[in-house]
Design a protein. Structure first.
Length: 1017
C-alpha cells in the first residue's frame, strides 16, 4: 500500500514537472536580424484594442469588436429562421422615408458630411466614410414587416472595392445575413466614338478600359449571395427604433432610406392581361433589333469585360485571323449589365438571346430581367438557360413558357442580373444540410479524433445519437434534392450524380454504425465536397453573344453555323495561322498625322503564367495607357508556356523577364542577367522597397562587389489566421506569443482541434529569425543551423509536430470547418481564399505571427519573406529602355493600378494583389482592422539572402524534419547529421563560381579555401 502511494506521488510530481516544462518561457536573444525591420511599437498597437472599462466591452482579438458583438454574430439566426419566426406578422401598410442627412450625431462614429444637390440628386445627402457606424432614428406607426431600400451613389476614390456595410436594428444584428451588404458600383467601357474597341499593332481588339460612372441607384437590402430572390423583410414593432449601418469598406453617399411594403410582382398571365386591358398589342412586321452583349452601357463590376470566342463562325463580330472581343461572360450572383434599346412602337416584343451554357453539365443557369428599372412579372426573376455543348438561340423563358415583354416606344433600359432562380431553394437546403453534417462531424470527432480506429466499437448510436440521426436525415434530403433536380432538368447531370454519391455514403453510415469509423475520413471529405457543390451552384456562368428585340412573328436568330459556314471559317483560320502570331500581344496601334508613331525605344517582354493571356492583357492595358504615352517606349508582350530559361541562357531571350529570387541570384552569378547598381536612379528605386524584399536579390559577386540583380514585384510573407467564433465559444484569449499557444493547446486538443503550421525550412526560418538567428553564417559560406539558436529553432518546430501532434499534411478546408482554428500561412493567398468562403465572413480574423518576447520586452513577430523579381536578361537589345520600364512597373503608382486591374478580373470584390511595394500593398481596400494587422506584420519582415548552393538547404532540412516526425529521431541529432552535406554542397557551388569557400572535412571542420581557376558554367 505504501509503495503504491509512493508511486502515485512520484507520478503526480512528474506530471507537474512536465507541465511546467511545456509552459516555461523560452529565453530569446535580443539580437535582431540585420535585414529585417523590427517594430518596437507592436505592443502599443495591440494595447490599442485591449483596453476597456468593463469586461463585457473588452475588445476581443486584434479587430475592433467586442466579445458581446462576436457572440451576437455567432448566435444570430438565419434569415430563413427569422422570416419563419415573424411569418404571421402583417406586412407594412405605409412607406416611411428617412432622409440620410437626419442622422444621430451622438451615436455616429463614422466620418460623415452632409452634401447638397450631389450628382443631380436634389436636397441634402449624407456622405459616410469607409469605417465607423452611422445611426438614424425612425418612428414605426404600426407593427409589421418592412422591406428596406437605399438610394445611394458610390464615391470615387483611390480604391475600387465594392461598398460593404453591416446592418443593426436597435443595436442588434437581426439575422446572420445582415452582417454583409454589398452596394455595387457602376462601370462603363471607354471605346472609340463609333463604339468600336482599340486594336493593337497586329489587329487584335484591345480590352476596353473600364471606368467608374457613378450614378444614383436604388439598392434593395437582400442576400448578397442570392439565397433569396426577394428583398429582406425586417420586423419592427410600433414605436421608436434605430437603424445603424457599420462601415467595413469604401465610402458611400446615401440620399434616403425607405421602409416599405414589399409585394411580389404580378404573374406573367396577369402582366399580359394588364397591358392588354390598356390596349397593348403584339408587335409584328418590324425590323429585328440586335444588341451585342459586349457593348453594355453600364455594368456592375469591372470584371465584366468582353472576351473573345472562336468556337463558332456565327459569333459576332468574328474574324478567322485576328481576335475580336465578341461575347460577355458573367457568372457571379448579383452582377448585372444594362443596355439601351430603342423600339419603333409600343407593344409586346420577344427578347431572344444567342448564348452558350456549357459549364454546368445537365443543369441550367438563371438570370433576372429588369425593364426600365422594374421587374416586369414574377417569372422574370427565374429565366433559365439550359445546358448544351453548342450555342443556342432561345426566347427568354423560365423553362416552361416563352415570354413577351411590353416596351414603350423610344428608348428603354434592359438589365440582365445574375440570380439563382429556381436553384434558390435547393441551394438553401444544401446549405442547411452542410451545417448539420458539420455539427455531426464535430460531435463525433470529439469522441474519435480525426482518424478513428476502423476496428473499434465507439458506440456512436449510444454516445452521439443526434449526430447519427442528422447523417441519416442528410442522406434522405440529398436523395430528395437530386430527384427533384433530375425532374426539372430532365437529365442526370454531374450535379445530380454528385449528390446521389454523397447520399449513398451518408445512408450507409446512418444505417450501420460500424461503417462510421472506417468511412470517417471520407465522411469529412464528402462534407467538403458537398460544400464545393454548393459553391459550384452559386456560380451561374453564361456566355452571351447578343440578344434581339423582335416582333412576335420574327424567326429566331440562327444558333449554329451550317456546314459550309463552319468549314470556310476553319479553313480560313488554318491558312491565316501560318502568318499570325498568337503568342504576341502587341502594343496599341497609335497614329500621328495618319502614320504609325515612331517610338524612341522598344522592349520585348515574355510572360510565363498559369493565367496566361489574362496577365498579359492587364500588362498590355497598363503599358498602353500609362507607360508608353509617358516614355515613348513601346513594349511587345509574348505569352509563352516554356522555354524562357533556355532562351535567356542562350542570350536570345526577352529584354525583361520575371523569375524567383533563387534564379535571379544564380543567373546573376552566371552573368545571364544584368546587375542594376549602375542604372540611373537605382539608389532611389531601392528605397521604394523594404530591405526584406531587396536582400534576396542582392549578393556579393566573385570580385567582392555587392550587386542587386532584380527589382521585387511580388512578395509573400506569413501571418496568423484564427477562427474568432471558436475562441469566443471556448472562452479562450487569442494568442499573441508561442507561449500563449502552448497554454491553450491542451484545450484545443481536448476538442480534437489542430494548429496549422508550416513545416521544414519555412517553419524553421520563422522560429530561427524570431529567436534572433540567421540561416547562413560567414557571408553564406556555410549554413547556420548547427548553431545553438539554429538547433533550438529546429527543435521548437519539430516539437510542435511530435509533442503537440500538429498535422504535417492538411488543407485550408480544416480551417473552414473549424477543425483547425489557428492557421499560419501565406498572408495574401490565404486571405483571398478565405474571403471566398461566404459562410465564414466575420468569423475569422488575421493577425501578426505569434512571437517571442525580446529582452527589452518587445515582441518579435518576424516573418521571413520570399519575392519574385523582374530582371534584365543578358543580351537585352536596349537595357536603358528596359530599365525605364522596370522603374515604371515597380513604382507605387503602377503597382496600385496593377492591383486594381487584378481586382477587375477577379470574381471576388475583396481580392488582394501581393505586390512587393509596401505602400501599394497598404493602399489596397483593407478594412481598418485588416490594415492594422497587415501594417504590423509588414514592419516585421526579414529577407533571407540567396547564396550559391541554397537550393540544397530545403532538401536536407525537409529530410531532417521527416526523420524526426516519422522515426522519432532526436531533432538536434537529425539536423547535425545533415550539416556536413549541406556545407559541402555550398562550398562546391562557391568554388564553381570562383568565390571564397570553406574546405569541409568529413569530420565537419572547415578552413578557408581559395578560389580556383575552375570555370563556372
Amino acid at each position: 500500500m505504501n509503495k503504491s502511494h509512493a508511486q502515485k506521488l512520484i507520478a503526480i510530481i512528474m506530471v507537474i514537472a512536465m507541465m511546467f516544462g511545456v509552459l516555461s518561457v523560452i529565453p530569446v536573444s535580443a539580437a535582431d536580424s540585420a535585414s529585417g525591420n523590427a517594430d518596437s511599437s507592436l505592443d502599443e498597437a495591440y494595447a490599442d484594442s485591449s483596453q476597456a472599462s468593463e469586461a463585457e466591452l473588452e475588445m476581443y482579438g486584434t479587430y475592433n469588436r467586442t466579445l458581446a458583438e462576436i457572440v451576437d454574430m455567432i448566435n444570430a439566426i438565419s434569415y430563413h429562421e427569422y422570416n419563419q419566426k415573424y411569418a404571421d406578422v402583417p406586412k407594412a401598410e405605409q412607406t416611411i422615408v428617412i432622409n440620410a442627412a437626419d442622422y444621430d450625431p451622438e451615436k455616429t462614429t463614422a466620418e460623415v458630411k452632409v452634401v447638397y444637390d450631389y450628382e443631380g440628386m436634389p436636397g441634402p445627402s449624407l456622405q459616410m466614410g469607409s469605417t465607423g457606424k452611422t445611426t438614424w432614428h425612425v418612428h414605426i406607426p404600426k407593427t409589421g414587416r418592412y422591406a428596406m431600400r437605399i438610394t445611394y451613389i458610390p464615391v470615387i476614390g483611390d480604391t475600387i472595392t465594392t461598398v460593404e456595410r453591416m446592418l443593426y436594428i436597435d443595436d442588434k444584428l437581426p439575422f446572420s445575413e445582415a452582417r454583409y451588404f454589398y452596394f455595387p458600383r457602376s462601370w462603363e467601357y471607354i471605346t472609340n466614338e463609333d463604339g468600336s474597341f482599340d486594336i493593337d499593332i497586329v489587329g487584335n481588339d484591345i480590352r476596353p478600359i473600364r471606368q467608374q460612372n457613378p450614378v444614383w441607384n436604388t439598392y434593395f437590402l437582400r442576400d448578397w449571395l442570392g439565397y433569396t430572390i426577394d428583398p429582406f423583410e425586417f420586423y419592427f414593432t410600433e414605436g421608436d427604433h434605430t437603424i445603424t449601418f457599420v462601415g467595413a469598406r469604401e465610402p458611400i453617399i446615401i440620399s434616403t432610406i425607405e421602409l416599405y411594403r414589399y409585394e411580389p410582382e404580378m404573374s406573367y398571365e396577369e402582366y399580359i392581361e394588364y397591358y392588354k386591358s390598356k390596349g397593348a398589342k403584339e408587335v409584328t412586321g418590324v425590323e429585328t433589333i440586335k444588341i451585342q452583349a459586349e457593348e453594355p452601357y453600364l455594368v456592375s463590376n469591372a470584371c465584366l469585360y468582353p472576351i473573345n470566342d472562336r468556337t463558332s463562325a456565327l459569333t459576332e463580330p468574328q474574324d478567322p485571323a485576328v481576335l475580336r472581343l465578341n461575347i460577355l461572360n458573367s457568372s457571379v450572383v448579383g452582377q448585372w449589365m444594362r443596355y439601351k434599346v430603342t423600339v419603333p412602337e409600343s407593344g409586346f416584343y420577344v427578347i431572344a438571346t444567342r448564348f452558350r451554357q456549357n459549364a454546368l453539365i445537365g443543369m441550367f443557369t438563371s438570370r433576372r430581367i429588369r425593364i426600365n428599372g422594374e421587374i416586369p412579372f414574377r417569372e422574370a426573376s427565374f429565366l433559365r438557360f439550359k445546358y448544351s455543348p453548342d450555342w443556342q438561340s432561345k426566347p427568354l423563358n423560365d423553362g416552361y413558357t416563352d415570354f413577351m415583354f411590353y416596351l414603350e416606344e423610344g428608348e428603354n433600359i434592359i438589365e440582365f442580373e445574375v440570380v439563382l432562380g429556381h436553384m434558390v431553394d435547393y441551394v438553401y437546403r444544401v446549405g442547411q444540410i452542410i451545417r448539420e453534417l458539420n455539427a455531426a462531424y464535430q460531435a463525433m470527432v470529439m469522441l474519435t479524433g480525426p482518424t478513428p480506429d476502423a476496428y473499434r466499437d465507439y458506440g456512436f448510436t449510444r454516445v452521439t445519437p443526434g449526430a447519427v440521426r442528422a447523417i441519416g436525415k442528410a442522406a434522405q434530403e440529398l436523395y430528395d434534392i437530386a430527384k427533384e433536380l433530375a425532374e426539372i432538368t430532365g437529365e442526370l447531370g454531374d450535379q445530380v450524380a454528385t449528390l446521389n454519391t454523397h447520399a449513398m455514403l451518408f445512408e450507409t453510415m446512418a444505417e450501420d454504425e460500424y461503417e462510421i469509423a472506417p468511412n470517417f475520413v471520407t465522411f469529412k471529405n464528402y462534407i467538403i465536397a458537398t460544400s464545393n457543390w454548393l459553391y459550384a451552384s452559386l456560380d451561374q456562368p453564361l456566355k452571351l453573344d447578343y440578344f434581339t428585340v423582335q416582333g412576335v412573328d420574327a424567326p429566331l436568330p440562327p444558333s449554329k453555323a451550317n456546314f459550309f459556314q463552319a468549314a470556310w471559317f476553319e479553313i480560313s483560320a488554318f491558312i491565316k495561322s501560318f502568318t499570325m502570331d498568337y503568342t504576341t500581344i502587341g502594343y496599341r496601334y497609335d497614329t500621328e498625322d495618319g502614320k504609325q508613331i515612331d517610338y524612341k525605344g522598344e522592349v520585348e517582354m515574355w510572360i510565363v503564367s498559369i493565367l496566361g493571356r489574362d496577365d498579359a492583357l492587364i500588362s498590355r492595358y497598363l503599358i498602353d495607357n500609362y507607360f508608353t504615352p509617358e516614355s515613348n517606349i513601346a513594349v511587345n508582350i509574348k505569352v509563352i508556356s516554356a522555354g524562357l530559361t533556355e532562351a535567356i541562357l542562350a542570350g536570345i531571350g526577352p529584354d525583361v523577364a520575371n523569375m524567383t529570387s533563387t534564379d535571379t541570384i544564380t543567373w546573376g552569378l552566371r552573368e545571364a542577367v544584368e546587375p542594376l547598381n549602375d542604372m540611373e536612379g537605382f539608389d532611389e528605386v531601392k528605397t521604394w522597397f523594404d530591405d526584406a524584399a531587396i536582400t534576396p536579390l542582392t549578393m556579393e559577386n566573385p570580385q567582392g562587389e555587392m550587386l542587386t540583380y532584380g527589382l521585387p514585384t511580388v512578395m509573400a510573407f506569413h501571418m496568423m489566421f484564427y477562427r474568432v467564433d471558436t475562441f469566443a465559444e471556448l472562452g479562450l484569449e487569442i494568442p499573441k506569443t508561442w507561449e500563449d499557444l502552448y497554454t491553450i493547446m491542451p484545450v484545443l486538443q481536448n476538442k480534437h482541434m489542430q494548429i496549422g503550421l508550416p513545416t521544414s525550412l519555412v517553419g524553421t526560418n520563422i522560429f530561427l529569425y524570431q529567436l534572433g538567428g540567421e540561416l547562413y553564417a560567414q557571408g553564406g559560406r556555410r549554413i547556420n543551423l548547427d548553431s545553438n539558436v539554429g538547433l533550438k529553432a529546429f527543435e521548437l518546430l519539430t516539437d510542435m509536430f511530435r509533442k503537440y501532434s500538429c498535422p504535417v499534411q492538411y488543407d485550408i478546408s480544416w480551417f473552414r470547418t473549424a477543425q483547425m482554428p489557428i492557421l499560419i500561412a501565406d498572408a495574401i493567398t490565404t486571405y483571398n481564399t478565405l474571403m471566398g468562403y461566404s459562410e465564414l465572413r466575420g468569423l475569422w480574423e488575421m493577425a501578426p505571427l505569434l512571437g517571442f518576447y525580446r529582452e527589452d520586452g518587445t515582441l518579435n513577430v518576424t516573418s521571413p519573406t520570399t519575392v519574385t523579381s523582374i530582371v534584365i536578361p543578358r543580351g537585352a537589345s536596349d537595357p536603358n529602355a528596359t530599365w525605364e520600364y522596370m522603374k515604371w512597373y515597380t513604382c507605387e503608382e503602377t503597382q496600385i493600378r496593377l492591383a486594381k486591374e487584378q481586382l477587375n478580373v477577379a470574381p471576388n470584390p475583396t481580392t488582394k494583389y501581393n505586390t512587393a511595394n509596401v505602400n501599394a500593398l497598404l493602399s489596397l481596400a483593407w478594412t481598418e482592422d485588416e490594415l492594422k494587422a497587415v501594417s504590423i506584420q509588414l514592419k516585421n519582415l526579414v529577407g533571407i539572402p540567396e547564396y550559391p548552393g541554397s537550393y540544397i538547404v530545403p532538401v536536407y532540412v525537409d529530410n531532417a524534419f521527416m526523420d524526426v516526425y516519422n522515426n522519432g529521431t532526436n531533432a538536434v541529432s537529425a539536423m547535425l547529421d545533415r550539416i556536413l552535406d549541406i556545407n559541402k554542397e555550398i562550398s562546391r557551388k562557391r568554388r564553381e563560381f570562383k568565390m571564397d569557400y570553406l574546405e569541409i572535412s568529413y569530420s565537419g571542420s572547415f578552413v578557408e579555401g581559395e578560389p580556383t581557376d575552375d570555370s563556372a558554367s
